[in-house]
Design a binder for this molecule. Structure first.
Ligand code: NAD
Length: 482
């Protein structure tokens, strides 16, 4: 589809109760490759949030009572619908978020998979039945849908961060209101339309784009009818939302920031480690919570690893994500370019060397080149803070204990990557790494069939796998006599 036709086909109103509604005002969505306006989107208010919750509550009981097989079949149709429209969704995502089309296509496949996976989980919501140990009765345990949920998603994966929540919520029988990031609401609005076409009952999903996330969120969180908040975004906002949710004791899931270590041991296959490093660092242009944020490399192989990584990083072609010749698109906005620039200059001022890249080319657009920093000192901010850009800082270590200690020296605990050819070492280190997920000799770990999530200040709760649906189910104990 031509770009103008594609944008014209996206609903730009509020999506409430399965219909598009106009709002009293709009806000602009920009293309990060040139900062031009792509579309003006309806700007939800607190009153719109209440209307969306009214719509969710009106159908919650009926949706929870819908046969699991039927819910599963609707989710499967959504999977097929997304797959049919993969090229359009990918192009739209690239336009509003910046990443290259190949990355967007990868996200469409990954994001759709949550509907296929959870279409299969919808029919496997089981309970249990046991005699009471004292012989005094019987214990029946059932699972029930939590109820209306509110999902807040970030801009870096405009589709998948939503589908990872919607798939399990709808499979469990919950309704959901999604508030996409203000930078990237178009993908979620198009998805809402496709889900309607695929047969999702009206009211089960509402989508509220807004330039005022605080007001919309407060209206929902403070309304006694909401049962759950699921958030993906920065640790700071996540902490504030957990505090805010305490008043109504909402169930919460928090997928927050990361600072993933990528550890290369002296017995690693260095070429494989460089391949994995490119994936772990450059997936999504470096704007991923699972992105390798710092490379801890055994000193005996550090020079070889650095040289080979520099060669591969210098092969990226920076350009508009929609241009097929580009292999690295712009960052999402100028603020992100400023953050990355600041982290690189801090590291350099403390003694790091720029081996490739390191200078933003300037406007138009929010570009930053693939960059490698060598000899990064331990006190550089870039080793402690989330970069969210295509910069690979390398630092060395000698012993296994030192490598593990350096990797764990962070308040975050989302993902970690370990390269070694020793199975013993791989398992030993995986046990000792403080993170929710560990990749062994691989640079991409996300899989709809696996539990995704963090520990420490990277949050709690799991998305995907058989664990994912539990976030949307309450456990009920029914006590029976003999
Ligand atoms: P962000 O926290 O600024 O925004 C995330 C979402 O929260 C957006 O929708 C935003 O509108 C909303 N928001 C902001 N202030 C709010 C408030 N006061 N009340 C309610 N909602 C509010 O994060 P971001 O910059 O959009 O995304 C990047 C962050 O997300 C990074 O830290 C990244 O690591 C994290 N992330 C985590 C995961 C994961 O699964 N752990 C996945 C992707 C991104």
């Amino acid at each position: 589809m031509a770009i103008e036709d594609l944008i014209a086909s996206v609903p730009t109103g509020l999506w409430i109760g399965g219909e598009e509604r106009q709002a009293t005002s709009t806000f602009d969505v920009l293309d990060p490759s040139d900062d031009q306006v792509l579309a003006a989107v309806a700007d939800a208010t607190a009153a719109d949030a209440v209307a969306a919750l009214d719509a969710a509550c009106a159908v919650q009981a009926e949706w929870a009572a819908t046969a699991p097989r039927k819910r599963g079949e609707i989710l499967r149709s959504v999977f097929e619908k997304i797959t049919e429209r993969a090229d359009d969704i990918a192009a739209l995502m690239t336009l509003e978020m910046g990443k290259v089309v190949a990355e967007s296509k990868g996200e469409v496949a990954y994001g759709a998979e949550f509907f296929r996976w959870f279409s299969e989980e919808a029919v496997r919501i089981a309970g249990r039945y046991t005699p009471a140990p004292a012989g005094t009765g019987r214990i029946l345990v059932t699972k029930q849908a939590v109820g209306p949920c509110y999902a807040i998603t970030p801009w870096n994966f405009p589709l998948a961060m939503g589908t990872r929540k919607m798939g399990p919520a709808f499979a469990a029988g919950c309704t959901m209101i999604v508030k996409p990031a203000q930078e990237t609401p178009l993908t979620m609005l198009l998805l809402a339309k496709l889900m309607d076409e695929a047969g999702l009952p009206k009211g089960v999903l509402s989508v509220l784009p807004t330039s005022n996330p605080g007001a919309v969120s407060t209206a929902l969180i403070d309304d006694g009818r909401l049962r759950k908040l699921t958030f993906t975004g920065s640790t700071g906002v996540g902490k504030a939302l957990v505090k805010q949710s305490a008043d109504k004791l909402l169930r919460t899931s928090m997928e927050l920031g990361g600072n993933a270590p990528f550890i290369v041991f002296d017995d690693a296959d260095v070429d494989a480690a460089v391949d994995g490093a490119i994936l772990a660092k450059m997936r999504n242009g470096g704007e991923a919570c699972t992105a390798a944020n710092r490379f801890h490399v055994a000193n005996s192989v550090r020079e070889e690893f650095t040289e080979k990584l520099v060669k591969r990083m210098s092969e990226f072609t920076l350009g508009k994500g929609i241009d097929p010749a580009s292999t690295l698109g712009p960052l999402v906005n100028s603020k992100q370019v400023a953050t990355v620039t600041e982290l690189v200059s801090d590291a350099v001022s403390k003694g790091a060397t720029v081996a490739v890249g390191g200078v933003a080319p300037g406007g138009p657009g929010n570009f930053y080149p693939a960059t490698v920093l060598a000899d990064v000192p331990a006190d550089a901010r870039i080793l402690k803070e989330e970069i969210f850009g295509p910069v690979a800082p390398i630092t060395g270590f000698d012993t296994e204990d030192e490598g593990v200690a350096a990797a764990n020296n962070t308040e975050y605990g989302l993902a970690a990557y370990v390269y070694t050819q020793s199975l013993d070492r791989a398992l030993r280190v995986a046990d000792r790494i403080e993170s929710g997920m560990v990749g062994i000799n691989r640079g991409v770990i996300s899989d709809a069939a696996a539990p995704f999530g963090g520990i420490k200040e990277s949050g709690f709760g799991r998305e995907g796998g058989s664990e994912g649906i539990e976030e949307y189910l309450d456990t009920k104990y029914i006590a029976l006599t003999n």
